[in-house]
Design a protein around this ligand. Structure first.
Ligand SMILES: NC(=O)c1ccc[n+]([C@@H]2O[C@H](COP(=O)([O-])OP(=O)(O)OC[C@H]3O[C@@H](n4cnc5c(N)ncnc54)[C@H](OP(=O)(O)O)[C@@H]3O)[C@@H](O)[C@H]2O)c1
Length: 290
């Protein structure tokens, strides 16, 4: 990857941006200001979700920018309680209405299930996938994928799929690379995308990362992002600060050595959010709200 506009090619020949701007939990500023600042700092590829309540602000910021819709790439996701046949169509209509667009570039199932004791989760995901395939054929969604799905959650989908998932968006960063799932994704030609690539800033003071930051004269955040890009992973990163937005984009003019890639790949677990797809929904929700 040589620049922010570079893309990865997916299993259907479509292109996936290598770096998206995350809109979850804007922090002290409002979502509209956050996204307007990101657009002003050249971000065009955005990650939102019905759960984040940032779809409306994204649509408003895109409209106010005057930049044509084709220059933007939008990922959105349907929430756990929006899964299942007819629900999906209604959820997508709500997202389209909030964003103010006639299509979403990439639409994901946000989490595979609500609770461990939900015996219907696999059936519901397959129904959801079928509905997403129909919406894809109608042209309301360009590509469809998954988020937080582990191999045992993906099997049911791909055995029944007419359109294969193009990506799986997971928590991935040095110290939490989920190698078992990553290997499965590669074997099934499903592209990995990283959420919390900085471990929500928990990783930035890790001694291994700090040492490499000193060595390459880069920030810890840049080391984490560059590592993921060199692993062939698309990243979704969020910052509320214009200076840090630019810093995060400035990772295309240096390269981590083979040795340092090994070091980061084998470091002890660090920066994990504690969120896991086989946790139950209330836990997931409360984790998000921390
Ligand atoms: N699919 C899912 O289930 C899921 C789950 C979580 C997140 N996501 C997506 O992934 C996106 C990113 O994840 P995230 O926001 O959880 O984590 P993140 O991008 O790893 O970290 C964001 C945190 O890092 C700080 N930060 C950003 N750039 C920095 C820099 N250069 N130097 C120092 N600190 C920096 C930010 O603070 P400042 O804002 O103050 O800079 C913020 O506190 C979300 O916005 C969302 O779109 C998806």
């Amino acid at each position: 990857m040589n620049g922010y506009s570079d893309t990865y090619t997916l299993n259907n020949g479509m292109e996936l941006p290598c770096m998206l701007f995350g809109t979850y939990n804007p922090g002290d500023i409002d979502s509209l200001t956050l996204i307007e600042q990101a657009i002003a700092n050249e971000y065009r590829y955005f990650d939102t979700a019905s759960f984040y309540e940032t779809e409306r602000a994204l649509g408003e910021a895109m409209k106010k920018s005057g930049i044509p819709r084709e220059e933007f790439f939008i990922t959105s996701k349907l929430w756990i309680d929006e899964r299942g046949g007819q629900n999906v169509k209604e959820a997508l209509e709500r997202s389209l209405m909030r964003i103010g667009t006639d299509h979403i570039d990439l639409y994901l199932i946000h989490w595979p299930h609500a609770a461990k004791n939900d015996e219907e989760w696999n059936k519901k995901n397959i129904e959801t996938w079928k509905a997403m395939e129909d919406l894809c054929r109608e042209g309301k969604i360009c590509e469809i994928g998954l988020s937080n799905f582990h191999p045992h959650h993906i099997e049911g989908i791909i055995k029944n799929a007419e359109i294969m998932p193009v990506i799986d968006q997971l928590e991935l960063h040095p110290g939490y690379m989920q190698e078992y799932t990553l290997t499965y994704l590669r074997e099934h030609d499903i592209f990995p995308q990283a959420w919390s690539p900085l471990g929500r800033a928990r990783l930035l003071s890790d001694p291994v990362i700090l040492e490499l930051a000193r060595k390459y004269k880069r920030s810890s955040a840049q080391i984490c992002l560059r590592y993921l890009l060199q692993r062939g992973v698309s990243v979704v990163v969020k910052s509320a600060s214009p200076a840090r937005m630019r810093e995060n984009q400035n990772v295309f003019d240096f390269e981590l050595s083979f040795e340092d890639m090994s070091l980061l790949s084998c470091m002890a677990q660090a920066g994990w959010s504690g969120e896991h797809p086989d946790s139950n929904a209330p836990d997931i929700k409360s984790n998000f709200e921390q």
